[in-house]
Design a protein around this ligand. Sequence first.
Ligand SMILES: [Zn+2]
Length: 393
Amino acid sequence: MICKFHSNLLCFLIFNLLAFKPITAQTIYGKDKYIEYSLGKLPIIISVPHGGNLAPNDIPDRTCNNPTTVTDANTIDLAKKIDSVFIVRTGCKPHVILCNLKRTKLDANRNLTNGTCGHPIAVNAWNEFHKFIDTARFIVNQSYPNQAFYFDLHGHGNPIQRVELGYLLYDDELELDDETLNTSQYIENSSIQNLAKVNKNNFSHAQLLRGSFSFGSFLAKRSFPAVPSQSIPRPGINTNYFSGGYNTVNHTCYNPMLDINGVQVECNFQKLRDTPSNRILFALAFVESVIEYMQVHFGLNLSDCNKITNVENHNHRPPIIYPTIVGCNGILNIMNIKNAYKITVYDQAGQLVFQNEDFKDQIQLPEMMVPGIYGLKMEMEGVMYNFRIVVLD
Ligand SMILES: [Zn+2]
């Protein structure tokens, strides 16, 4: 049916989506599945804070500080379609973090106080949402240091039907000329400030915002108008343009503790989020734009994702540890053991957790390990291999 009305490309894609053998995917849920994290292998992190529909009675509706409670309709489905298209196009998944709670109960793109109004169940879900993004960033950084990109995905209700990209620059700042936007004052307010300082072609900040190789221009050339871009370089004043919110401030390099670049993506409704086929068309345009963006600015071919491992190259086959995400008291399997090995596990503060010398192909984690991210060093035949493991409840 759908193929009758759309391009051959869409038919090809739908065919591939239906025919594609699912890759092994791991999803971690927070308490009562209010928050959901689908782990990936690409250096791409996507969060969806406002698409949820769960409205449990034990969380009161938010009323503190005059909250906005409107749902960004169909954004969770849109993210799932983007996820599927990434798998089809690259063979790998992005990291996707979803808030399944309705925005009346939790706003995961506000600070803790305003987002939860202090209710303990909402506070727990808010913490899970942000910790899952932190975890995704940590995992991505193992294989792609300084080469990851974060998208906070939303839907806007503004009358002009265009994608609004928020790099933390306000509408009046985007009125300024390129020369001014290229001064350190504006670069240092930007969620792509690290990319503006180092990128493959030495593009300026303004070129990255609205030049022909900007993300907005990549979407626009695939038939989804976006601002800022070469054709719409500034949103205009009084258009209620969204410049980026709490997540973009706290989960990108605007936060001086982080390396990762990112942007808030506000999708219009008509001809984008409104129907399943339009969401697939946008997912296709979005994924192609991300692939091009990562290639042009980071020199990364996302289709190489299956070649990337967190182990340095050596002449013989390196050991493999799996799963890298385990429950407390879990078991790690080890492949490609050549000889006796020594394992050292330490926590994020660098404190020794345990050591083990062995020649078995399984390691039982000790009971005392608390949930968190750990470093694991394996020394075998005089070579040191580094791994990361995530221990869950
Ligand atoms: Zn939103």
